[in-house]
Design a protein around this ligand. Structure first.
Ligand code: SF4
Ligand code: SF4
Length: 172
């Protein structure tokens, strides 16, 4: 009887292989096919814009203060009516995130008074050296909306003097 044992095990193994050939595939052929991320997934940051193209970030650096990993560096500069990047007095002329430090906790998102910084669904982040892991503003700012204009904009005196402009729906 012991002589037949290997043959029985072999048949069992072949049967398992044969059966799995007709089962629904569970392997995703990444990167050709990508599975959608969950609604609360936290990936690469996105700096948001208003519909008119102005940047939501006002350079206050509250996100940098809230970051437990010291991953964010913000430097602010003055807006003017002639050269305006965001509503209010100031905008982020430098905004950098060190993705080797970031732990994707979302504290920066929570701290932002204008809902300018959000964690998006981009997870394909690779770098070959430490310098390349520092993402600059142009690498994660949202594209200009179809109805908007790129920054800097010429807006005229007295317009957009509030850091958070009047909005029909502030949750937009
Ligand atoms: S997600 Fe967390 S660790 Fe990453 S930059 Fe924001 S606050 Fe810092
Ligand atoms: S992203 Fe928000 S918290 Fe950070 S500097 Fe800009 S406005 Fe301030």
């Amino acid at each position: 009887m012991r002589v037949l044992e290997p043959l029985i095990e072999l048949r069992r193994g072949l049967w398992t292989t044969l059966r799995s050939m007709f089962e629904k595939q569970v392997t995703t052929q990444y990167p050709e096919h990508k599975r959608p991320v969950k609604a609360r997934f936290r990936g690469l940051h996105v700096l948001k814009r208003y519909d008119n193209g102005l940047e939501k970030c006002i350079g206050c650096a509250l996100c940098a203060a809230a970051c437990p990993a010291d991953a964010i560096f913000v430097e602010a500069s003055e807006n003017s009516a002639e050269v305006r990047y965001s509503p209010g007095d100031r905008y982020a002329s430098t905004y950098e995130i060190n993705l080797l430090r970031c732990i994707y906790c979302g504290f920066c998102e929570d701290a932002c008074p204008t809902e300018a910084i959000v964690l998006g669904d981009q997870y394909e982040l690779t770098f070959t050296n430490r310098r390349a892991a520092i993402y600059t503003k142009d690498m994660f700012i949202e594209p200009v909306p179809a109805a908007g204009k790129p920054t800097p904009q010429k807006t005229g005196p007295g317009m957009f003097t509030r850091s958070v402009p009047e909005m029909k729906d502030p949750s937009d």
